[in-house]
Design a protein around this ligand. Structure first.
Ligand code: CAA
Length: 260
């Protein structure tokens, strides 16, 4: 299987998936989401793979979000479809895999990038990592499950703070808030994520996959919350502030939001 936006490696029952759009800080465009879907689909049914580690290429970013250039001219309907497809193909898909996925957050994890990490079963980070959901600075809200999963992991008050301010937090703060399980240096990150994956790989695979299902079941009583997120994410695309926010990012200037 060959990929344009990913690199895939398998070693000692561990699969390593690297997103290779380093020049765009590994931003998730639709082609990357599709390839991730295909890679995870294949790895999940490969009996030789007991755990998956996902990371971004380079030392700067895990994933800096959904690809703003790709959706900046979308209308409400397209915005809603973008969110719905992302949920189905990647974010809910990863969360519900039978194989545990570890996000090795090697730099910025922003917007859809942090949402991808939130969909993974475990997160470890390098000490230079910075995490945030900056969608409100673009005239958007998180559209890939962040409005639900962030609060489940760090608590409602902290989730409101991160989403409403759009500010990034440091790896240390993320550790303190339980957003990541461990912090390592850049050099240690992948070896340590591999160590964690190997510990999992030594256990009974059916038990591990049943434990994922059982833990997820404790948090899945509000399926309609995803629908709310999808609808409201789409509604943002009908505002002038969305056009202003995304244009400002692409033109490398500060947005001037008018509230309409
Ligand atoms: N989409 C598209 N391109 C992106 C991107 C993104 N999310 N993030 C970075 N890039 C691109 C930049 O446009 C730039 O491209 P060019 O070299 O062609 O100009 C390249 O990656 C390098 O980025 P910067 O020059 O901006 O690097 P920096 O070091 O100055 O800043 C950063 C780094 C703070 C992460 C900044 O890139 C940034 O703020 N990125 C956007 C983060 C963001 O808003 N993410 C949320 C996206 S919306 C979303 O995810 C919606 C959802 O929930 C579904």
């Amino acid at each position: 299987m060959t990929f344009e936006q990913l690199h895939l490696k398998k070693e000692n029952k561990i699969a390593f998936v690297t997103i290779t759009r380093e020049k765009k800080l590994n931003a998730l465009d639709s082609a990357t989401i599709q390839e991730l879907h295909e890679a995870f689909s294949v790895l999940d049914i490969d009996s030789q793979v007991r755990a998956i580690v996902i990371m971004g290429q380079g030392q700067k970013a895990f994933v800096a979000g959904a690809d703003i250039a790709e959706f900046s001219s979308f209308n409400q309907q397209q915005g809603e479809a973008l969110s719905r497809l992302g949920h189905e193909k990647l974010f809910a898909f990863v969360e519900n895999l039978s194989t545990p996925v570890i996000a090795a957050i090697n730099g910025y994890a922003l917007g859809g990038g942090l949402e991808l990490a939130l969909s993974c079963h475990m997160r470890v980070a390098s000490d230079n990592a910075r995490m945030g959901l900056p969608e409100v600075t673009l005239g958007l809200i998180p559209g890939y499950g962040g409005t639900r999963r962030l609060g489940q992991i760090i608590g409602k008050g902290r989730a409101h703070q991160m989403v409403a301010t759009g500010q990034m937090i440091s790896a240390d703060k993320a550790m303190q808030w339980g957003l990541v399980n461990e912090i390592y240096t850049q050099e240690e990150l992948v070896p340590k994520a591999t160590e964690l994956a190997l510990k999992i790989a030594a256990n009974a695979p059916i038990s591990v996959s049943h434990s994922i299902k059982a833990i997820n079941a404790q948090y899945s009583n509000s399926v309609e919350s995803f629908e709310t997120e999808i609808q409201l994410f789409g509604a943002c695309f009908a505002t002038n502030d969305f056009k202003e926010g995304t244009s400002a990012f692409l033109e490398k200037r500060k947005p001037d939001f008018k509230g309409n």
